[in-house]
Design a protein around this ligand. Structure first.
Ligand SMILES: C[S@@+](CC[C@H](N)C(=O)[O-])C[C@H]1O[C@@H](n2cnc3c(N)ncnc32)[C@H](O)[C@@H]1O
Length: 209
């Protein structure tokens, strides 16, 4: 790389290590998740599981709280979708299976799905759940069994449960053992995370090397 080193070598090594385990073909789609606690907790879990790309449909900016994500959202690529249907269709055309979530009659147990395939997990609004559009576009809808008095889980908890099932399956298949990103993709992201963004943050006076 030609650029001046703008992060300490240990941080650069950490970024490379994290990227070497990222799963570019395990994605999240947040459909109008509005509460910042929920969004932030979801992004923190996404980072932990090795998700790289998070798509979202939301009026305005995604509400993120730094104290809750602990900065995890900085190590994800967030895609704002203008529309749910077109956003999902593009992902389907790119070869992703679309896995909706919720408690509908057509659902299957979340553990019956093969998450080692290119997958987008779609989670919905805190009260209304996923929309009719998602139900139509999704290849299948999964549910997490519920045995209590309350009908559903908190959306960030449900996301965590499903993502960790995906992690279990992918780990078993060795998908964390070797980088899933090409050297060129890795290089481009490192450039963004360790150089371009550092210059921007430096300009804003919030540099963290
Ligand atoms: C609180 S729930 C919404 C409840 C809404 N009444 C419904 O029917 O979906 C918010 C989101 O959390 C996820 N969720 C919560 N509990 C779930 C469960 N048991 N199985 C699958 N997804 C669940 C889904 O993504 C859902 O859209």
């Amino acid at each position: 790389m030609m650029e001046e080193l703008l992060v300490i070598p240990e941080r650069l090594a950490r970024i490379k290590e994290v990227l070497s385990r990222r799963q570019p073909d395990l994605r999240l789609f947040l459909e109008r998740v509005v509460n910042y606690h929920n969004v932030s907790a979801i992004l923190r879990t996404a980072d932990a599981v090795g998700v790289l790309h998070v798509h979202y449909f939301h009026e305005g900016e995604l509400p993120i709280n730094d104290a809750i994500t602990r900065g995890a959202h900085r190590w994800l690529i967030l895609h704002r979708e203008k529309e749910v249907a077109s956003g999902l269709r593009l992902l389907k055309e790119a070869g992703f299976q679309l896995v909706g979530t919720g408690l509908f009659p057509e659902t299957v147990d979340f553990r019956e799905v093969d998450y080692t395939k290119p997958t987008v997990v779609i989670v919905g609004h805190e009260l209304e759940g996923i929309s009719e559009t998602v139900r139509q576009e999704a290849d299948l809808i999964v549910k997490i069994p519920m045995y209590g008095m309350v009908q559903s889980l908190n959306v960030s908890v449900a996301t965590g449960v499903i993502l960790y099932e995906a992690e279990r399956q992918r780990r078993q298949k060795g998908l964390y053992d070797a980088p899933r990103l090409s050297p060129e993709e890795m290089e481009a992201i490192i450039k963004e995370w360790a150089y371009t963004r550092v210059i921007q943050e430096k300009a804003r006076g919030r540099l963290r090397r």
